[in-house]
Design a protein around this ligand. Structure first.
Ligand code: NAI
Ligand code: AKG
Length: 525
């Protein structure tokens, strides 16, 4: 049974769901990196929030890990590229805490406008500082949203309800979506120069790190107020301190910090800075949502192969996974067949889906074909990293779906172009279950692939099949199945012979020496 580790504080619902689905689960929040590295090899799945840092070192130690689930949105604590290289699926829960986080951003906005935390502390101290805490109204003010995805959009809708004007800077926001939301799409410069309040809702990436720094502050209105409930690294904290002290920024509300847990920070103690300890997602509702969702998604993946909300793999629902299973086997066999025959550099791969399969989710099938194709050529290839490896190697990949049915009600055809030649392999499913190869390089045949196989290309001449059968018999090789096909009478023919044991080199040499043989290859599946 797959084994899962929960390495961050998480709602008990996650553990409960894993158990209900029949998985073994250990709940060990607060492990340090060495403790995690020491035990991670035991686990198939790792469920985290933001405290666990999933580094290449952890992934190297994670010999059995198949999936990392983030109970939340941001995955900047996970080295997704390294996980992909290790063939580990990374999934998050993109919607479970978005309302909660948007509400926290709005709470921060209001707290900032009315200095509620400062006024609260002062009142508790018995001071009655009515004139000190003069606030500003939100109505009629301009809110600048940086990042208008799930959370940004919710903030926008709520802010419009508060009668604010909303500008959004998000290069990936369409004009239509902006219009639907009732926000004005602007560029960053315009947002910075017009906004009274700025709130950040982008992921932390190489592009967004330090987005709000010295230059950005210089372009802002005097007296601007900043809310950051996304990631600390988006705002340059030293530049923010300078902008606060210089009077450019009237106040900042921060839920997130460059270094977390943040126990010391240059902004702590500043009278116009409000802080919360990364509480954006901290409501009962959000934590129940993300815990349940991450556990269900990880269990689906480990038990059925279903993939939801993965960042490094195409989606495949738990309902689709069993339907796609025989096709995955076929795709892997077709890819592997072509890969084992490939001897020079791959240039181009075309995958065609015809008939029934064309109506299915073909993305995972293409990943399985690439995995099968690349596996004989290099180590450590799997469905997660095969598309990335193909891209890195400049292999041109084309996928085509034809709704029409040809001779078969369902067919996958793979065309592989190498530096020297182009090869095609096609396969179908018999009775919707059993993979069969039905074409190799334009030669029709019908072959079931087996663990040990002999592939022979020869001239179609009388007596050849008998000679091949006798030679195998003389060497004690027992034939399980024998599939034959030829292009035209007397032209190129292909034999695919399943045998009971691995073929010895000496037998291959003897087959190669038979008259009319063009190519001989030992294949294994
Ligand atoms: N404080 C907290 O507890 C929480 C923080 N978060 C943070 O909030 C972030 C946003 O979450 P969602 O809205 O759910 O993500 P999302 O993916 O739905 O939206 C992010 C938006 O940022 C935009 N974007 C990307 N690069 C950009 C750039 N260079 N400039 C401007 N916009 C850019 C994207 O186009 C997208 O629309 C997460 O990545 C996470 O880091 C999320 C949940 C809780
Ligand atoms: O798990 C948490 O408390 C943080 C949530 C968060 O930052 C996220 O979902 O990106």
């Amino acid at each position: 049974m797959p084994k899962v580790l929960i390495s961050d504080k998480m709602s008990p619902l996650a553990e409960q769901v894993f158990k209900e689905r029949g998985l073994d689960v250990d709940y060990k929040p607060g492990l340090d990196k060495d403790e995690l590295a020491a035990i991670i090899a035991k686990y198939d799945g790792l469920a985290v929030r933001s405290s666990t840092k999933v580094t290449p070192k952890i992934l190297d130690a994670a010999k059995n890990l198949k999936v990392i689930g983030r109970a939340g949105i941001g995955v900047d604590n996970i080295d997704v590229a390294a996980a992909t290289n290790s063939g580990v699926v990374v999934m998050n829960t993109p919607f479970g805490n978005s309302i909660t986080t948007a509400e926290h951003a709005l709470a921060m906005l209001m707290a900032l406008a009315r200095q509620i935390p400062q006024a609260n502390a002062s009142t508790h101290e018995g001071k009655w500082e009515k004139s000190k805490f003069m606030g500003v109204e939100l109505t009629g003010k301009t809110l600048g949203l940086i990042g208008c995805g799930n959370i940004g959009s919710i903030v926008a809708e709520r802010a419009l309800g508060l009668r604010m004007k909303v500008l959004a800077y998000d290069p990936y926001l369409s004009v239509e979506r902006a219009a639907d939301l009732g926000v004005t799409k602007v560029d960053l410069d315009e947002l910075l120069s017009r906004a009274d309040f700025i709130t950040l809702h982008t992921p932390l990436t190489d592009q967004t790190r330090g987005l709000i720094g010295k230059q950005a502050f210089a372009r802002m209105k005097d007296g601007v107020r900043i809310v950051n409930c996304a990631r600390g690294g988006l705002v340059d904290e030293a530049a923010l301190l300078e902008a606060l002290d210089g009077g450019k920024v009237a106040g900042a509300a921060l839920d997130v910090f460059a270094e977390e847990p943040a126990t010391a920070n240059p902004l702590f103690g500043h009278e116009r800075v409000i802080c919360t300890p990364h509480l954006g997602a901290a409501t009962t509702e959000a934590q129940v949502n993300v815990a349940r969702q991450v556990a269900e998604q990880m269990a689906d993946f480990l038990l059925t192969g279903g993939v939801m909300n993965a960042l490094n793999m195409p989606s495949l629902s738990a309902e689709e996974a069993p339907r796609l299973k025989p096709y995955m086997a076929l795709a892997d066999e077709i890819g592997s067949f072509a890969g084992q025959l490939t001897e020079t550099g791959l240039k181009r791969v075309v995958v065609e889906y015809e008939g029934h399969v064309a109506g299915l989710n073909t993305k995972p099938l293409t990943a399985a074909i690439l995995c099968g194709l690349l596996s004989p050529l290099m180590d450590s290839v799997n469905m997660v990293n095969a598309p990335v490896i193909a891209k890195e190697r400049n292999i041109d990949l084309t996928e085509v779906s034809h709704d029409r049915e040809g001779d078969y009600h369902t067919l996958i055809r793979l065309t592989v172009e190498t530096e020297k030649r182009t090869r095609t392999v096609s396969g179908t499913l018999f009775s919707n279950q059993a993979p069969r190869l039905v074409e190799v390089n334009g030669v029709r045949l019908e072959a079931e692939l087996a663990p040990h196989m002999l592939y022979v290309v020869n001239d179609d001449k009388p007596g050849f099949i008998g000679a091949l059968g006798s030679l195998l018999g003389q060497n004690g090789v027992n034939i399980a199945t024998f599939a034959l096909g030829r292009r035209e009478e007397g032209e190129e023919a292909v034999a695919l012979v399943a045998v009971d044991d691995a073929l010895r080199d000496i037998v291959l040499d003897q087959v190669a020496a038979l008259a009319h043989v063009r190519q001989v290859k030992r294949l294994s599946f």
